[in-house]
Write a protein that binds this ligand. Structure first.
Ligand code: KG4
Ligand code: ZN
Length: 336
């Protein structure tokens, strides 16, 4: 069995995991910084990198202990190289380099978006047959990709402004909900009517690009109309209806464009990955409307984790990919 240590510090989770043969999770530890950033309503980069420095070695040690493996039992160290916050990425990359230097283990730099795709390989099930159309939706990214084989990607489109998760986070703040907005909006929407507000869908023609800023502005306009004083956390806002209607508008555009791409490209399956793939309206809506199977990661592997870094690392390691100690972070590294 090939055992890979994965390390992830691209954003606001410090994570380490040990994965066997690319799918068997031996350990998966995540230290979230959500509480540190909540009071700013978003990620504060300097605080993120400091917290990574405090957490990185205990998390790596914790993942090794939980897996019951020593460094001599590993085959490689995989670490997120980008995209992400430079100061955050540096902490994981430097920790991985130090370990590689000290142990002699091979070092494999991983693209965070590719790792999100490999989060669906971490569950047992029917083998995935290519081509697949994959929707990557997170706090930092909204990308529609066609994957024709391992490591073979073509970008179909992406967001022109806010990422889907960012839209959830910003609208969450408008509605006075806690950070991060995604899970909070999903919860608030449970008792709401998704047809209560007819929020705009930004289709941008027949292409595969997305835009969420107009939708965010539409929600802001309604909030201002109902709450002219502009106070946050207003008592008289129909938060459940607003949350449900916003969520429905985001899901509608994501689902429609993904399925249009899947049809045009003859995809055998649709994958949804990234933090927003935890969203029930998106998962259930996609499954209900898709003519082909829809694969999503288990909830715990939707948001940032290191098991997916190790899973992508396994594929890259077997393909002979190696990085040296001069490896630098790539904060804007595109997938394709
Ligand atoms: O993948 P992720 O952990 O980090 C990035 O790589 O960006 O994604 C975090 C994003 C946040 O914007 C959060 O609000 C969103 O995922 N999110 C959700 C849900 N859970 C997390 N959005 C909608 N519904 C959810 N249930
Ligand atoms: Zn992510």
């Amino acid at each position: 069995m090939t055992l890979i240590l994965g390390i992830e510090t691209s954003c606001d989770e410090t994570a380490a995991a040990v994965v066997g043969d690319g799918f068997e999770i031996r350990s998966n530890q995540v230290a979230s910084q959500v509480d540190l950033h909540a009071r700013y309503g978003g990620i504060f980069p300097e605080i993120a990198s400091r917290a990574h420095i405090e957490q990185i070695y205990p998390i790596i040690q914790g993942a090794m202990d939980e897996a019951g493996v020593g460094f001599s039992g590993l085959d490689a160290i995989a670490v997120t190289r980008g995209p992400g916050l430079a100061g955050s990425l540096l902490v994981g990359v430097n920790a991985a380099k130090g370990l590689a230097l000290g142990t002699g283990l091979p070092l494999v730099g991983i693209n965070h978006l590719e790792a999100h795709l490999y989060s669906v390989w971490l569950t047992p099930g029917e083998p995935i047959r290519f081509p697949v159309v994959a929707l990557i939706v997170s706090g930092g990214h909204t990308e529609l990709i066609v994957m024709t084989g391992h490591g073979a990607y073509r970008r179909l489109g992406g967001t022109m402004d806010d990422a889907a998760g960012e839209a959830f986070d910003k609208v969450g703040r408008l509605l006075g909900l806690p950070y991060p907005g995604g899970p909070a909006i999903q919860k608030a929407a449970e008792g709401g009517d998704p047809a209560a507000f007819d929020f705009p869908r930004s289709w941008l023609g027949e292409g595969y690009d997305f835009s969420f800023s107009g939708l965010k502005t539409a929600v802001l306009r309604v909030v201002r109309e109902l709450q002219p004083s502009g106070e946050t956390a207003p008592a008289n806002l129909p938060v459940a209806d607003l949350a449900a209607s916003f969520q429905a508008a985001v899901a509608d555009v994501l689902i429609t464009k993904t399925l249009r791409a899947a049809d045009a490209l003859g995809a055998t399956e649709v994958l949804i990955v990234g933090g927003v793939s935890a969203n029930r309206a998106l998962r259930e809506g996609m499954a209900a409307r898709a003519p082909c199977p829809v694969r999503v990661p288990p909830l715990a592997l939707c948001t940032d984790n290191a098991a997916m870094i190790a899973a992508a690392g396994h594929v890259r390691f077997l393909a002979g990919h190696r990085d040296d100690l001069a490896m630098d972070v790539l904060p804007t590294w595109p997938l394709a």
